[in-house]
Write a protein that binds this ligand. Sequence first.
Ligand code: DX5
Ligand code: ZN
Length: 220
Amino acid sequence: MSAREVLPSLLAADFSRLEAEIRSVEEAGARILHLDVMDGRFVPNLTFGPLIVQAIAKLTSCVLDTHLMVVEPAHLVPAFRKAGSHWISFHVEATANVPGTLETIRRSGALPGLALNPETPFDAVRPYLEGLNHLLLMSVSPGFGGQGFREEVLPKIEEARRWRDANGLSYLISVDGGISSRTAPRVLRAGADLLVAGSAIFRAPDRAKEIRAMREGGEG
Ligand code: DX5
Ligand code: ZN
């Protein structure tokens, strides 16, 4: 997967007309869809499980990037993989067994990602970066869409980029929360490859234009 992609987060889509919502972001150029799974424990909100992921997989040929915001995610991995998730990430804060959970994802055939909350330092993921598909840096507190981008995450994006380049690693740097064409340039300049965006895309009058503006942000 080449760097610099915008990943629509379906959390902000109208689920009563999901097929049309997916079609519209595909037509706007999206190739990866971000799916937010919440358990009401790791975060104070509930969303959807494998049943809905399976329905989404039937509606699209986009890569499905599943972001698990759940405690002890390992036991859920096979069900999400079976439902059609291509990438599966979980939070470093959500389990004491990070290596085992990464291994469970790899064994399932999905590509593993590791997410971290805005307050969690980059050091917390440093031991697990080899062979990681993507590092998901949260730029809002996980749980809800529509929050403001947290500027203090910018140095962590820079740190993740420096560390990758200095150590010959290959994880993609994905940033999630409060991303719009207004905040994207700073996030891209800090070193992000993937921009996850919910409200900015689904509330835009012209979704294709918003996605293009995000992708091209910070160029030149
Ligand atoms: C928040 C989710 C995000 C969310 C982003 O917990 O992980 O993916 O959908 O929404 P916006 O782009 O509205 O901040
Ligand atoms: Zn997310």
